[in-house]
Write a protein that binds this ligand. Sequence first.
Ligand code: DMJ
Length: 623
Amino acid sequence: MSKSLPYSVKDIHYDNAKFRHRSPLKVLSQSLLTLNTKRNYASCSTGKFLILILVFGLVCLMLMSKSPNESALNEKGKVTFVGGLRLGRLLRKPPRLPPRLSPDEGQLKGSSTNGSTISISDPKWAARQQSVKDAFDHAWSGYRKYAMGYDELMPISQKGVDGLGGLGATVVDALDTAMIMGLDNIVSEAGSWVETYLLERISQKGQVNLFETTIRVLGGLLSAYHLSGGEQGTMNMTHNGPKPAIYLNIAKDLADRLLTAFTSSPTSVPFCDVILRESTAHPAPGGASSTAEAASVQLEFNYLSAISGDPKYSTEAMKVLAHIKTLPNTEGLVPIYISPQTGEFVGENIRLGSRGDSYYEYLIKVWLQQGAEFNSNFTYLHDMYIEAMKGVRHLLVRNSIPKGLVFVGELPYGSKGEFSPKMDHLVCFLPGTLALGATKGLTKEQALKENLLSFEDLENLKLAEDLAKTCFEMYEVTATGLAPEIAYFHTNEYSEDGLQGGNKSSMYENDIIIKHADRHNLLRPETVESLFVLYRITKDTKYRDQGWQIFEAFEKYTKVKSGGYTSLDDVTEVPPHRRDKMETFFLGETLKYLYLLFGDDSVIPLDKFVFNTEAHPLPIRNT
Ligand code: DMJ
């Protein structure tokens, strides 16, 4: 009796993760072998001949087949075709994907319905998680009292300011954090503000930045849509606030206007500014867009297409990534400016800090977003990511002296120019992204057990752990325990005296140099984001301890009694001089990642959600 194989044709076609190690050829030869033993075909020469013809025919078919998407995305100039398929692609091992759970298993795994009801076994971490929740409440209460409806709170002058175009950015950025924390009153307040005012604001306001508005406002709306029960998601985290359809309608209205940044550009590179009330767009004053800005809006536009059923958002936004693939690069690394007029990169400045950062983050996250069954059309993104990370390891990673911290520097004049040992705090997103890219959201233990980690994955995971240590030491080395905006690292080629962080007991006092102009702290999330991802992936509790230490420093030096938290002018001084601004990402990202770091892994599991670059979780396709 013939027994059906433990996989379907669809699994093989879509490179389903569970069976990645079984190539179609292997599967075919195994099937033939089974036939062989059962029916003894091999002893018959006609049978042998028929088998040979069958194998030959199937191999030809595989070589000829090519999806329309692949043909559209081929690189110009360096393509070798064999029967319609790139030879390099045939020889290259496809990325290894984690196994997907069945819907039933998935439901069990992510069964928590509300951040406030999760079971946390260790009371110490439950108490710490509660402290983060209290901090969020305090941040919101200041904003609500003095700045409701403004983009940001100025907690010391107790007023609001519109630094992001006037769409009430803090309300939308904070909304899904409140949902995840189970803070129902805040969900109601923020949700009803969105329902009452946001559509009107969008139709009346002037200039906004495409990237900032997409990641904070559009991303926040989309995540609120999902977490409030849109798509009948398993993560229905709140019964408070508007219905999911309200969030979706506002998101569509906003995205329709933002889309003009793509449609009015003469190339696939979007303009960077949009006049909302006119639905028109124009380039930045200097002409060029930041590479990170042009190339990190795709998670949001893709998800909007998926839930609205209208492919236009995804189609427009993905063009820029497919276009960047055709441009020259330096071992996968690209300059931080790109021109919407010419479609070419501008200048040679390469860095993973400001203007470069989330380009690399979205390469891997957009690929992950498509889910194992669908991402074969996006394999080019995974390839670009792997190549870029190899480039980072080769061209940008160095060790400091005397104590050997691993850091990522910059190439301001390209690979032929001098190396700069400068690392923005923004680069601290990289440890988390590297770890996520290596295990695809599984724990390291699970990924190792299932033999899913390639050589590149292991190298990236190692770099992730080394860099997370450096990012933490950038906090530890200062008098306040908070990181500066930018650090330099002492190397054989570069040193400067008298620019230490002010913590005499740090063993890295002489490795890290902090210039006067770089000593501010904007309550940024990147380090705690990486600690969260690394904790989930490695289960090493040191990441939780480090996150707690950072949280305590925020509490001590940035909390404003009357409500809210503030940025600081100088983290090397105690007491630090306070700036008067609470950035929206403190509620949208920093406190959300800390809360998740101290909580249960089943809340927003990393193999089911990708976080956009503003920490808004969006579900991975078909999970
Ligand atoms: C956020 O707005 C986003 O994370 C963005 O990608 C860059 N950094 C800020 C927070 O630091």
